[in-house]
Design a protein around this ligand. Structure first.
Ligand SMILES: [Zn+2]
Length: 345
């Protein structure tokens, strides 16, 4: 069946109605929150405290944040819950690197299905607890990262034709990821931090293959990353070119995240909002990193800049990327509450 003839999932109509009513809130960074737990190698593998991972690897696992889904699910659930209670309507799974391609660094390829399915279930549990407290509906976004390889550029300057990964490698790896996220109950799929549009196109293709198998379409959120001052993605696209490259997916939202703080993101976001007739989503970093790679921008500072997006009528969904915390998300939610969402076709 053609993907566009598939019925939409039940959450789709709910989200479409909500996004026209008010600016929706996405959650913030996982990395900063996980780092603050100060976990050891034994915590990552679950051998110290937590659940021992049934998947075996000879590689050290410290830093494999996605693995915490299986070994420290309670700790992750508390982070997701904190974001939900801070005002997030949409909360992301901790599955940014849960593909065989990204997990190869840790020898954890065989855990990919469980990471994604359990990753969605952990978020669902946290959101159900939050909804039991305040009655607000909340949605699980299955997060798909770019992987650590790029399909349209060569990593070897002496061999520009070389590719470390192909479209089909990515399609297969993303397909496994999306099937896991759907099995775990994700309400929508968020393809994020896109630096190479060809990688994202493989993810979109994999989503539609998985939707056809599942017999229903989930909403897609597509988020690119502008990595330099000239206003282009790493694979060289302007925001306008980026939109035209992904418009065929008929996404629920298109937007930008990461790389830049809110103020530096603004002109690129305005360009995207000028060409894309769909909901616009923005989740910048908490400013730019300092010399130690840490983010110093406080919640009020980030929120004031994100509120400018709302004042100008540029956005429908806002949240935070690197360096943001539940306090940033709470401040952002409060700062945009008085503004109407951007109107789109
Ligand atoms: Zn980021």
């Amino acid at each position: 069946m053609h993907p566009f003839s598939l019925p939409f999932s039940p959450a789709t109509e709910e989200l479409r109605a909500l996004v026209k009513e008010r600016i929706l809130i996405l959650d913030g960074a996982m990395g900063t929150q996980i780092q603050s737990l100060g976990l050891s190698e034994e915590d990552y593998t679950g051998k110290g405290s937590g659940h021992v991972c049934r998947h075996h690897s000879d590689h050290p696992q410290k830093g494999n944040n996605d693995l915490l889904i299986l070994t420290q699910p309670k700790a992750l659930e508390e982070i997701h819950f904190a974001y939900a209670m801070a005002g997030a309507d949409i909360v992301e799974t901790n599955t940014f690197s849960s593909t065989t391609i990204a997990q190869a660094d840790y020898g954890m390829e065989e855990a990919v299905h469980d990471l994604n399915a359990e990753g969605a279930r952990v978020v669902r549990r946290a959101l159900d607890r939050a909804t039991a407290e305040d009655g607000r509906p909340r949605f699980v976004a299955g997060a798909i990262g770019p992987t650590n390889r790029t399909a349209s550029l060569s990593p070897d300057v002496n061999d520009p034709g070389f590719r470390a990964v192909t479209f089909d490698d990515l399609r297969v790896a993303y397909g496994q990821q999306v099937r896991g996220l759907i099995a775990g109950g994700a309400d929508l799929i968020l393809i994020e931090t896109i630096f190479d549009t060809l990688n994202a196109k493989a993810a979109i293709f994999a989503c539609f293959e998985a939707f056809a198998e599942a017999g229903q379409r989930l909403p897609l959120m597509i988020s690119g990353t502008i990595t330099d001052a000239s206003g282009r993605t790493l694979s060289g696209q302007t925001p306008t070119a980026f939109w035209h490259s992904v418009a065929h997916a008929r996404p629920f939202t298109v937007g930008l995240n990461c790389a830049l703080g809110a103020s530096a993101m603004r002109p690129h976001l305005a360009e995207l909002a000028g060409v894309a007739p769909v909901a616009i989503c923005a989740y910048p970093n908490a400013g730019l990193p300092n010399a130690f790679g840490e983010y110093d921008e406080g919640p009020e500072d980030t929120a004031r800049q994100v509120a400018e997006f709302a004042r100008e009528g540029l956005v429908n969904v806002v949240g935070g990327c690197c360096g943001t915390t539940p306090d940033h998300i709470r401040a952002i939610a409060e700062a945009v509450a008085g503004f109407a969402p951007r109107r789109f076709a």
